[in-house]
Design a protein around this ligand. Structure first.
Ligand code: FES
Length: 168
């Protein structure tokens, strides 16, 4: 799991907390309840900050170390918030030889966000990833789940602009 600098404070709402407490109630006492509750928590909050891990541990009566261990082990969980616009640039070998390093530089310049970080306003998060399995499209950039292939640095600004102000 990339170690993103968490600059955005936890801002859970009452409604999110009620949904999490309901999930805990539903699974409490089941063997292996930790995993499904954590999956629901990640759906509710988008990530698993320490505050949420504590609620899960206390609610299920399991050690916090167990919740932390599971959330660190499985790649599906993240401890850090994602931006409204989530950008990943593949730095796998095929993408790298086709210039994804320059794509990442351009993304960072455009967003003001380094790889592995989120901007303080929560607008952008940027990740450098390993091969995402689309080498035929190298170099690859993914924005909010949309895959862009065979791009050049000059494409980056327009692609990102397409996600601003609720355009996508
Ligand atoms: S190396 Fe980028 S998709 Fe495989």
């Amino acid at each position: 799991m990339p170690n993103r600098k968490t600059l955005v404070p936890f801002r859970g709402t009452r409604e999110q907390e009620e949904r999490l407490r309901a999930a805990i109630e539903r699974h409490r006492g089941e063997p292996g309840a930790t995993m499904p509750v954590m999956q629901e928590a990640q759906e509710i909050y988008g990530y698993l900050p320490e505050e949420v891990q504590i609620m899960i541990a206390e609610g299920l009566g399991v050690p916090l170390t167990e919740v932390y261990g599971v959330s660190s082990f499985y790649a599906q969980f993240t401890h850090n918030p994602k931006g409204e616009v989530q950008i990943s640039v593949c730095l796998g070998t095929a993408c790298y030889v086709k210039g994804s390093g320059a794509i990442l530089e351009r993304v960072c310049r455009k967003t003001g966000c380094k790889a592995g970080e989120i901007t303080p306003d929560g607008k952008f998060s940027v990740d450098a990833t390993r091969c995402v399995g689309a080498c035929g499209l190298a170099p690859v950039m993914i924005v909010n789940g949309d895959v862009y292939g065979r791009i050049v640095p000059d494409n980056v600004d327009a692609i990102i602009d397409g996600y601003l102000d609720g355009k996508k």
